[in-house]
Design a protein around this ligand. Structure first.
Ligand code: CTP
Ligand code: MG
Ligand code: K
Length: 171
C-alpha cells in the first residue's frame, strides 16, 4: 500500500467515529444522561451537554455510516457484520470517550462547553480506536496520522457548526 493511500484508508476507517462525535450537535438535546444528578463534589456528573438523544443518535448515525461504507468498499471490511460491528464500536467508543472527557471536565470545575484542549479533540478518538481494536485496527503510522490530524478536523467541524448557527461557541 502506498503512503498516501494508507493515510486515506485511515480516514475511511475512522469516519464512523467522526460522524458519531459530530452528529449530537444536530440530533442531541433533551434528557441529560446523568439525569441532572450531581457527583460527590457537588457538581454535575456529566452536565447538560451529554444527552441520551445525542448518544443514541450519534451511535446510530455512525453505525449507518459503516453500512454505507461497506457497500462502497466491501473488500476493506470482508463481511457486512464486520463492517457493522466495527462502525458500532468506533461510534460507541467515540461517544464513551466524549462522556468520560466531560466527567473529568466537571471534576476540574469546567462548565459545560468550556474547552479542554487535548481531551476534547483526542479523547473520543483514543476511546474509539481502543474499542474497535479487536475487530480491525490500523498500523502505528496510520494511528499517529489520525492523532495529528484529528484535532484539526475537530476544530474545523466545530467552527463550521458555529458558523451554521448549530452551536454557540466555535470549539
Ligand atoms: N451532545 C449531546 N449528547 C452527547 C454529546 C453531545 O446532546 N452525548 C450535544 C450537546 O448539545 C452538546 C453538543 O452536542 O452541547 C456539543 O458536544 P460537546 O462539545 O461534546 O459538548 P459540550 O457542550 O462542550 O459539553 P462538555 O463541556 O461536557 O464537553
Ligand atoms: Mg464542547
Ligand atoms: K467533547
Amino acid at each position: 500500500m502506498g503512503f498516501v493511500s494508507s493515510l486515506l484508508w485511515a480516514f475511511w476507517y475512522i469516519l464512523p467515529a467522526y460522524v458519531a462525535n459530530a452528529s449530537p450537535v444536530l440530533v442531541g438535546g433533551g434528557r441529560p444522561i446523568d439525569g441532572g444528578r450531581h457527583w460527590r463534589d457537588g457538581r454535575r456528573v456529566f452536565g447538560d451537554g451529554k444527552t441520551w438523544r445525542g448518544l443514541i443518535g450519534g451511535v446510530s448515525l455512525g453505525t449507518l455510516t459503516g453500512l454505507l461504507q461497506y457497500f462502497i468498499t466491501p473488500g476493506f471490511y470482508g463481511a457486512l457484520k464486520t463492517a457493522l460491528m466495527l462502525a458500532f464500536l468506533l461510534s460507541f467508543g467515540a461517544l464513551l470517550g466524549d462522556l468520560v472527557g466531560s466527567f473529568f471536565k466537571r471534576r476540574a470545575n469546567l462548565p459545560r462547553g468550556a474547552p479542554a484542549i487535548g481531551l476534547d479533540q483526542l479523547g473520543f478518538l483514543i476511546a474509539a480506536l481502543a474499542l474497535a481494536y479487536p475487530v480491525k485496527t490500523l498500523d502505528s503510522g496510520q494511528i499517529i496520522f489520525l492523532l495529528v490530524v484529528s484535532p484539526f478536523v475537530h476544530w474545523g467541524a466545530n467552527y463550521f457548526a458555529y458558523r451554521m448557527g448549530w452551536k454557540s461557541v466555535p470549539w
